[in-house]
Write a protein that binds this ligand. Structure first.
Ligand SMILES: [Fe+2]
Length: 394
């Protein structure tokens, strides 16, 4: 690669994820290129047409329109009576859950680029107790910028119709919308009111789907994110990360089986991977996806719950699973929003001892070298954590 091409490649990388140093490099090179372009830019074409495009883009704004962070599933426990114990079954570092959330907050506040807001994708508490939710809110209130909370199944374990959640975060409803710089965020809550343990059902029911549809109809031109706790694109997965076969793969073919039947059990005593899903019932998930697909402006759907990172495009919409703050190798997702794209990136939490502690709960995560198996499923492949969502191209 020529020196010019190498410079251009570095500029392009800087444009996607600008840091302070990158901004300085880009500014100097923009000045240099603008002088050269007065006598024509044809020499940039020795590496092909894309060089011209890079040169043209340099005249556009370099900073994103806005930046938001996404975290999920902090599972803040009630630590009043007994010190929380780590959960080796689900690999949750419960003993340091509060510390982990605090570090996530500190890291977001000190991120190299200002973060405009944070999404917290549910299971904010471990049992839905008022004390847990208030403790979580106290930590999250230390964020410099606003945050938008989501209800998870663990926030709905007290049969209080999620009143403690509403009180902790000062919200009248668990479903709501907000608009940021011309982008719409639709926050949904498919958990049951009242909580119904024997049912274990998650219902993207008709009322919820109609509400989402009306929100999409209200702003048909506005790029939109759907935000919730549950995946709309089911995976073959186990919250215990014990079943390796097909873990992480999409389970579209088995969706209908989950509605009425328990997953069959294999000879080894595990649920049949062909039918595997921890929450076997996601009623209306497919229909809600079809609502989203009816409109050309939904660019992505974000969720927690699976405690693992994954990104997958399906019929033009990117479905993004976000890992938990206390499982695997905790990292923070950052979304850099531009007019034509969203660059998604990640950073591991800055506290090395906390990171090591969480990783120690999952020896398989450290040893495993098979990307589709348990370690790869929790952390995701690199392309599950660093990718681009294009705006307005559906
Ligand atoms: Fe969770």
């Amino acid at each position: 690669m020529s020196d010019v091409a190498e410079d251009l490649a570095r500029i392009y990388k800087d444009l996607l994820r600008p840091t302070a140093a990158a901004r300085i490099r880009v500014a100097v090179l923009v000045l240099f290129l603008s002088i050269l372009c007065n006598s024509g830019c044809a020499f940039f074409n020795d590496e092909g047409e894309s060089d011209i495009i890079i040169a043209v883009n340099l005249s556009d704004r370099i900073d994103p329109i806005f930046v938001f962070a996404v975290i999920a599933d902090p599972h803040i426990p009630d630590s009043r009576m007994f010190p929380p114990q780590d959960d080796y079954r689900y690999l949750k570092a419960m003993s340091v859950a509060e510390d982990l959330l605090e570090v996530h907050v500190q890291d977001i506040n000190s991120h190299s680029q200002d973060v405009d807001f944070t999404l917290v994708l549910g299971d904010i508490s471990d049992k839905g107790k008022a004390w847990e939710l208030n403790r979580a809110a106290a930590i999250l209130n230390e964020l410099d910028a606003p945050y938008y909370p989501v209800v998870g199944n663990h926030d709905n374990f007290q049969d209080d119709n999620k009143q403690a959640w509403k009180d902790a975060f000062g919200r009248d409803s668990t479903s709501y919308i907000f608009i940021w710089e011309g982008f719409k965020f639709i926050v949904i809550d498919p958990t049951l009111d009242p909580y119904d343990p024997p049912d274990h059902t998650v219902r993207f029911d008709e009322d919820l789907r109609d509400w989402v549809r009306s929100e999409l109809e209200d702003d048909p031109e506005m790029p939109t994110f759907l935000v919730g706790h549950y995946p709309l694109l089911n995976r073959c997965w186990s919250a215990e990360f014990r079943v390796f076969e097909r873990v992480g793969q999409t389970c579209l073919a088995a969706e209908d089986d989950h509605i009425t039947e328990d997953p069959p059990v294999s000879e080894r005593g595990y649920p049949d991977p062909e039918h595997l899903n921890y929450y076997r019932v996601y009623q209306g998930g497919r229909e809600l996806r079809e609502v989203l697909e009816d409109y050309g402006n939904v660019i992505a759907s974000l969720n927690g719950h699976v405690h693992a990172n994954r990104a997958e495009e399906h019929n033009g919409i990117t479905y993004i699973d976000v890992a938990a703050t206390l499982v695997g190798s905790p990292c923070i997702r950052y979304f850099y929003v531009y007019s034509n794209r969203v660059e998604v990136d990640f950073e591991y939490i800055s506290d090395g001892s906390l990171l090591s502690h969480v990783r120690s709960l999952c020896p398989n995560c450290l040893r495993c070298s098979y990307p589709d198996r348990v370690c790869g499923f929790i952390g995701g492949r690199l392309e599950d954590r660093r990718f681009t969502v294009w705006v307005g191209q559906r």
